[in-house]
Structure formats: structure tokens, C-alpha cells
Design a protein around this ligand. Structure first.
Ligand code: GDP
Length: 191
């Protein structure tokens, strides 16, 4: 919907305000159903809702974390704007993003294939200094696993991405995901 998209231009994104307080636009990419909304809600609200289809319900949610070096990072996490269904809209969505989190579901090889597509897409069209993370979600479903951890690792390594397996359901590695991204953000020169 155009109301959502009109907010997506990049002018106010990825501009760290100073060396100690970073602010960054973060987008999540990946197949529908891999758990993107659940990851965001787990991170921002500490909740998991398995029953209903979650919608973030705002153009973005934000969450600030403190890192060990006393830097704070404010993540502005954007709604997917239907990018799974309408891939032509995707560039509008990830333009100006300082962070792209590409999510797949470890029980779905198709979703892993789609993740590989997004890696290529971002390399072609994303901003050159974007921090990219690859996330294998639903790690709690180990008995249904169909994507080996090594496959995720290899894809990430080849493309200079950070890799982690998470569970939005159990909260496993969710905070770690965002902390590791925070550590990898480019720091503006301190004055
Ligand atoms: P999105 O379309 O990528 O935003 O996916 P959702 O966040 O809506 O999640 C899709 C479905 O996967 C929902 O039924 C969730 O309950 C379920 N789900 C999300 N994350 C996990 C997880 O870590 N473990 C398990 N077992 N289910 C999950």
C-alpha cells in the first residue's frame, strides 16, 4: 500500500547521530512464513505468539540496545511492505538500509534457496556498506531440520555475512543476533 511505501525513502536512514549513539535502518528479507515478524516481536516486545498471524502493525518498530563498549544502537526495523509477494517493491524497501537480515527456516530448503536469491539481490542493488546477516530460524524444530548448519555457514562465509541460527519461539540467539549486528556497524569518526 502506497501509504506505507511513501515512508520508505532513505533520507533519514542509516545516519548515525554520533560515535556513541548509532541509529540504523534494518530490513528483514526472506520467504513468507520463515518467522520474520516473530523475530522482531521477540526482540522488541519479548513475546512469541504461535497462534495468530502476526502483523507488525506500524511502518516500523524501534528498539535500542547497549553494547559492551557503551555504544547504543537504535534499530529502526521496517515492516516487510509485502516484499515477499511483490518483489518489484523490494528495492524501495531496502533502499537506505544499513542492515539487512536475510531469514530462512531450517526446516525449509525452499526458504534457504530464497535466502540465496536475496544475498545476490542485495549485492547487486543494496548500498555497498550494508551489514548483512544470515539467519536460520526455527532452530527449535531440530527433528524437522532440512538445512544443515554448515550450509548456512558456508553461504554466509562466502558472502562476508554474519551467520546465526535462532528460535523466535524459545528466544534462543535473538538478542545475540542484534548484538552481533551492532558490533559490526561502521562507526562514524569520533570528534
Ligand atoms: P513471516 O511471514 O516471515 O513474518 O513469519 P511469521 O513471523 O508470521 O511466522 C510464521 C509462522 O512460523 C508462525 O506460525 C510462527 O508461529 C512460526 N514461527 C516463527 N518463528 C518460529 C520459531 O522460531 N520456531 C517455531 N517452531 N515456529 C516459529
Amino acid at each position: 500500500n502506497s501509504g506505507t511505501l511513501s515512508g520508505l525513502n532513505s533520507s533519514e536512514n542509516a545516519v548515525p547521530s554520533d560515535a556513541k549513539n548509532l541509529r540504523v535502518k534494518l530490513v528483514l528479507l526472506g520467504d513468507s512464513g520463515v518467522g520474520k515478524s516473530c523475530i522482531v516481536l521477540r526482540f522488541v516486545r519479548g513475546q512469541f505468539d504461535a497462534t495468530s498471524k502476526v502483523t507488525v502493525g506500524a511502518s516500523f518498530l524501534s528498539q535500542t540496545i547497549a553494547l559492551q563498549d557503551s555504544t547504543t544502537v537504535k534499530f529502526e526495523i521496517w515492516d516487510t511492505a509485502g516484499q515477499e509477494r511483490y518483489s518489484a517493491l523490494a528495492p524501495l524497501y531496502y533502499r537506505g538500509a544499513g542492515v539487512a537480515v536475510i531469514v530462512y527456516d531450517i526446516t525449509s530448503p525452499e526458504s534457504f534457496k530464497k535466502a540465496q536469491y536475496w544475498v545476490k539481490e542485495l549485492q547487486k542493488h543494496g548500498s555497498p556498506d550494508i551489514v548483512m546477516a544470515l539467519v536460520g530460524n526455527k532452530a527449535d524444530l531440530h527433528e524437522k531440520r532440512e538445512v544443515a548448519t554448515e550450509d548456512g555457514m558456508e553461504l554466509a562465509e562466502k558472502n562476508g555475512m554474519f551467520f546465526i541460527e535462532t528460535s523466535a519461539k524459545t528466544a534462543d540467539n535473538i538478542n545475540q543476533l542484534f548484538e552481533e549486528i551492532g558490533k559490526r556497524l561502521p562507526r562514524p569518526p569520533s570528534s
